[in-house]
Design a protein around this ligand. Sequence first.
Ligand code: KIV
Length: 296
Amino acid sequence: MSSAKSIQVPVDASRLPMTLPRLAEMKRLGEPVVMVTAYDYPSARAAEAAGVDLVLVGDSGAMTVLGYPSTVAVETDEMLVLTRAARRGLRTPFLIADLPFGSYEVSDEQAVATAMRFVKEAGCDAVKLEGGNAMSVARARAIVTAGIPVMGHVGLTPQTSTALGGYRAQGRTSAAAARIESEALALQDAGCFSIVFEAMPTAVATAIMPKMDIVVIGIGAGPATDGQVLVFHDLLGIREGLGARFVKRYANIQDEMDAGVAAFAADVRTRRYPAPEHDYSIEPEELERFRRDSAA
Ligand code: KIV
């Protein structure tokens, strides 16, 4: 684990909000793009304080904060609550929200209507959708045509992980790698401003990168992509287990939370809490009057 404690958090009040031209410029200059997920006010504040470039209200929040067994159950209204909370914690990062499973597949009209809710009701800058088949590409094109920036997502796409054979790396045969490449190019052609490459061999992502004009954000796709994303709860250790192979843990917050709540419980049970320093006072004459009146 890297020492998170040794890194100074650069709080830069003069930092300008991230824009699409600035993002494209970062790619052109070869500046690594930092993206992290957030699902509420405190996680968004942490992203803001660290000066990350992109914040994703991922539907991974279905599992990390809402406790669902997978991402498929989460509803648009639930994602909107998470997104509005994250929005309130952000000033400079570009905010993207995941369109949840079932909220965009049915028709272009459904996709545009859902994307508009995220922009109008939650203040999103862009939306993300999963997959690069003809349906996903059509939906991406429709949303872009409606004026809303879209981020694509290929490789391991958790919303359809059952069809992919589970949460496993993709693109490990020549045919599967070629499919990822053609999906990525189709999403680029549809007007996506960026795309996530998730869980695929480094060599495959590296081979596709020269064909990508848009910003590619990797998660388990090696170092060749333009930027990297990790799930907030994974990188901070706010969950049990180690997670996927690509997760790097920078803190063990779950252990800290467990220990903190256990210490509180022990203090209450042994009457060590509350202590005198937690008391509120009352003037003696007021207390005397209260006792007298109360006894009457
Ligand atoms: O939902 C999510 O958090 C994501 C990221 C892993 C890219 O899609």
